[in-house]
Design a binder for this molecule. Structure first.
Ligand SMILES: [Ca+2]
Ligand SMILES: [Ca+2]
Ligand SMILES: [Ca+2]
Length: 403
C-alpha cells in the first residue's frame, strides 16, 4: 500500500523530479550519500499451532500465522510433510474475517477460514486430521511468498494418532469462601492415561459459573503443576472482588496435547463479599470562623477498608447537615477520594479534593469555611459502597463551628 502511494506522488511531480535529478548530477562525488535500501523487516511466524490430532477426527482447530510486510504477500501457505519427507497436502491461510466461502476448500479444511478480524496481519485456517491417511508424525512448514521473496518460520511437528482423555480427581476445595478469607490453595489431581512419551496433560483450568444463572463468571483460572499429578491455584481474598455474595459452581477440567477434554469435576462454593468498613474520621472537632474576607480549607478524611482489598471500594462519600438542618451540596453525596490529588475547587468534579496520599486507604475531601458560614454543629454522615454494590454502615459524627 505504501509503495503504491509513493508511485502516485512521483507521477504527479515530474518537473520537481527533473530539477532534483539535475541538481544531484551537479554535486561533487564527496556529497553523494550511498543509498542503502531499507532493511526488509518482513516476516511470518506461527501465531497458533495445531494441537496433536486424533486420527480421522473431523474436529477443526485454528492454524494462525502473524505476518509483517511492506508489500502485500502473494500467499501464506502451510505445507504438510510426512515422516518420510513426502508431500501430503498444502493449504492457504487467509486474513479475511471468514467473510467468504473458500474456493480452495479441501477435504480437511473448513469452508471458511475461521479468521476473526480482516486485514490485521493474522492469517487463519480451520483444519482437521483428515489430511492424514496414516497415523504418525507430520511436519508443518509455514511459508510466505512476496514476489520473488520467500519467508518462513520454524517447522511445527505434530502427531496424528489416538488419545484417551485425561482424568481429574481428588479435588480439595472449601465449600465456603468467607469475605476476607485467608489465602488458600485449591488443588486437583489430573493425569493422562496415554504413555507419557506420546501424550500428557497440557492444562488444567477452573471455570466459575453463577449457580442461579448458570452464566460463566470472570476468567478461567489456570492451575499450575506442583509435582507428579498435582495441580493447584492460590486464591486470595481479592478473588471475590466485585462479586455478589452467593453460590458459584467451580468446574475443573484438563486437556491433553490432542485437545481431548476430561470430564468436568465440579464443586458448589458459597463466595462472600462484605461491604467496606469505615473508621477514624479525621477533622477538627471545633473550628472558628475565618477573619472577614478570608477562608479556611478544612480537610476531612476517613479510613476505608474492604475485605476484597480496597480495589473493591467503588465509592466513599459523606453528607453534611448544617446547623439549621439544611443539607450541604443540595443533599447530594459529597465524594471523597484516595487519589493523592490536591484541592482545587475548579477541578472538584475531577477529583481534586485535597487527598494527601494516594492509596493509603484514607479517603478525603475539603470543605471551605467562609467568614459568613453558619456557626453551630455540622453533622457528618459517611458511607461507602463496593463494586458488588454492598453498602457500608453509616458513620455519623459532628464538627462545631464557633464565631
Ligand atoms: Ca490423552
Ligand atoms: Ca467488598
Ligand atoms: Ca489518601
Amino acid at each position: 500500500m505504501r509503495l503504491k502511494r509513493r508511485q502516485t506522488y512521483l507521477v504527479g511531480l515530474p518537473a520537481v523530479l527533473l530539477v532534483l535529478i539535475l541538481f544531484l548530477a551537479g554535486c561533487s562525488s564527496e556529497d553523494k550519500q550511498p543509498i542503502t535500501p531499507p532493511p526488509d523487516l518482513s516476516e511470518v511466524q506461527w501465531a497458533s499451532k495445531l494441537p496433536n490430532l486424533v486420527f480421522e477426527s473431523s474436529n477443526y482447530y485454528l492454524v494462525q500465522a502473524r505476518a509483517i510486510f511492506t508489500v502485500e504477500p502473494d500467499s501464506i501457505v502451510v505445507y504438510i510433510v510426512d515422516a518420510t519427507g513426502g508431500n501430503v497436502a498444502a493449504f492457504h491461510l487467509y486474513d479475511d474475517a471468514s467473510a467468504y466461502p473458500l474456493s480452495d476448500a479441501l477435504q480437511f479444511c473448513d469452508t471458511h477460514s475461521g479468521d476473526l478480524v480482516a486485514n490485521n496481519g493474522i492469517y487463519t485456517r480451520l483444519v482437521n486430521a483428515k489430511f492424514a491417511d496414516n497415523q504418525g508424525n507430520y511436519l508443518l512448514k509455514l511459508m510466505m511468498w512476496v514476489g520473488n521473496s520467500e519467508y518462513q518460520d520454524d517447522n511445527d511437528t505434530l502427531v496424528v494418532g489416538t488419545s484417551q482423555a485425561p482424568q481429574v480427581s481428588g479435588l480439595i476445595c472449601p465449600d465456603t469462601l468467607k469475605s476476607g478469607f485467608a489465602p488458600l490453595q485449591i488443588t486437583v489431581q489430573a493425569f493422562d492415561p496415554d504413555p507419557p512419551a506420546s501424550d500428557s496433560v497440557v492444562a488444567v483450568v477452573m471455570k466459575q459459573y453463577e449457580l442461579s444463572s448458570g452464566l460463566q463468571y470472570g476468567d478461567s483460572l489456570t492451575l499450575q503443576p506442583s509435582g507428579s499429578t498435582n495441580y493447584g491455584v492460590t486464591l486470595t481474598p481479592a478473588f471475590a472482588l466485585g462479586r455478589l455474595s452467593g453460590f458459584y459452581t467451580f468446574v475443573f477440567r484438563a486437556w491433553d496435547s490432542f485437545s481431548m477434554l476430561s470430564d468436568s469435576l465440579g464443586r458448589i462454593v458459597y463466595v462472600e463479599n462484605f461491604a467496606p468498613h469505615l473508621s477514624n474520621p479525621t477533622f477538627p472537632d471545633s473550628i472558628g470562623l475565618p477573619e472577614p474576607e478570608n477562608i479556611i480549607e478544612v480537610l476531612i478524611s476517613i479510613k476505608a477498608f474492604d475485605d476484597q482489598t480496597n480495589l473493591d471500594i467503588d465509592k466513599v462519600y459523606m453528607f453534611s447537615r448544617k446547623p439549621n438542618g439544611e443539607m450541604a451540596n443540595g443533599g447530594n453525596p459529597i465524594p471523597m477520594a484516595d487519589n493523592g490529588l490536591p484541592f482545587d475547587p475548579a477541578l472538584w468534579s475531577e477529583g481534586y479534593l485535597g487527598d494527601q496520599t494516594a492509596g493509603d486507604s484514607l479517603f478525603s475531601t475539603t470543605a471551605i469555611l467562609y467568614d459568613t458560614s453558619m456557626v453551630g454543629t455540622y453533622t457528618f454522615t459517611f458511607r461507602s459502597s463496593d463494586l458488588a454494590g454492598n453498602l457500608s454502615d453509616t458513620l455519623i459524627t459532628s464538627m462545631v463551628v464557633t464565631p
